[in-house]
Design a protein around this ligand. Structure first.
Ligand SMILES: NC(=O)c1ccc[n+]([C@@H]2O[C@H](COP(=O)([O-])OP(=O)(O)OC[C@H]3O[C@@H](n4cnc5c(N)ncnc54)[C@H](OP(=O)(O)O)[C@@H]3O)[C@@H](O)[C@H]2O)c1
Length: 256
């Protein structure tokens, strides 16, 4: 199970009705059934968000059945840790479509109605990896960096419209999701966070209208400041403290 069901549950606990999407229809229906026990409406909309027609159909169908969309959570994403030269050009494009183009286009599809109503919030799941690129995960990092920059831009553009945008940057999340699937401990310098903290960040971003939330324990802010002062030193620190060795090892494991 990934982070999506946690985010959906935290939203449902706030009384939000939920339209879930992913490609796995059975899993979506199971999650929707569990969410309805929280006395909200939850429905499954299986779709592949890399398909342009599917995005249009998804937004149209949810809008028709729910009346309107108050909150869009761009959570779906993919990662693959490997040497860059081991990725096919098709795979690189699929990752960019999934992680970057889909959230941007889905947002483009929901925004006009939100702006006309003067209310709405778009929350996009980026990553700590989008703040500082890592070897063996450079494409993923690039898509997430793009989402951070893009959210900052549209957030300013939407100022005074009643609609807003936030970006969440989790570090390594234990217990659920793509990192947990590695069955590895994160490097000590970054540590690990939990799916509940990520879901809670989504709620805080909406309720308090926070532009960017980093969800990671420990020393992360001094590292971000150091990176702003001198990016080369930060690459050295991350190399020295084993973060790049971690990715290299995962890339080797993925080749097995
Ligand atoms: N877990 C972490 O440590 C971590 C850290 C930082 C950021 N994040 C970000 O958090 C978000 C959730 O990640 P996760 O850890 O929950 O990953 P995950 O367990 O792999 O879940 C990814 C979700 O995205 C859906 N998805 C992927 N491709 C899709 C497509 N083409 N169309 C529709 N749905 C698609 C998947 O469902 P189907 O396969 O059924 O389509 C799945 O529900 C991602 O954006 C990720 O980059 C995660």
């Amino acid at each position: 199970m990934g982070l999506g069901p946690y985010v959906a549950k935290f939203l449902a606990q706030e009384g939000v009705n939920i339209a879930l999407t992913a490609r796995s229809e059975d899993a979506l229906k199971d999650i929707a059934r569990d969410l309805t026990e929280l006395n909200i409406t939850a429905r499954a909309y299986p779709a592949d968000i890399t398909e342009p027609d599917a995005r249009v159909e998804l937004v149209a169908q949810v809008t028709k059945e729910f009346g309107h969309i108050d909150i869009l959570v761009n959570n779906a994403g993919m990662e693959w840790v490997s040497r860059y030269t081991d990725l096919s050009s098709e795979f690189i494009q699929t990752m960019i479509q999934t992680n970057q183009v889909a959230p941007m286009v889905l947002t483009r599809l929901v925004l006009p109605e939100m702006i006309a109503r003067g209310s709405g919030h778009v929350v996009t799941m980026a990553s700590l990896g989008g703040i500082k690129g890592s070897p063996y995960s450079a494409t993923y990092a690039a898509t997430k960096a793009g989402l951070i920059t893009w959210t900052g831009g549209i957030r300013e553009e939407l100022r005074n419209t009643g609609v807003s945008a936030s970006v969440i940057c989790p570090g390594f999340v234990a217990q659920a999701g793509m990192f947990a699937a590695y069955n590895k401990r994160a490097p000590k310098i970054t540590g690990e966070t939990t799916p509940e903290k990520v879901a809670d960040a989504v709620i805080r971003a909406i309720k308090k209208d926070i532009g960017r939330i980093i969800v990671n324990p420990g020393l992360i802010w001094p590292m971000i400041w150091l990176d702003a002062l001198n990016p080369a030193i930060m690459y050295w620190v991350l190399r020295k403290f084993g973060v790049y060795e971690f990715y290299k090892q995962q890339a080797a494991d993925n080749m097995k």
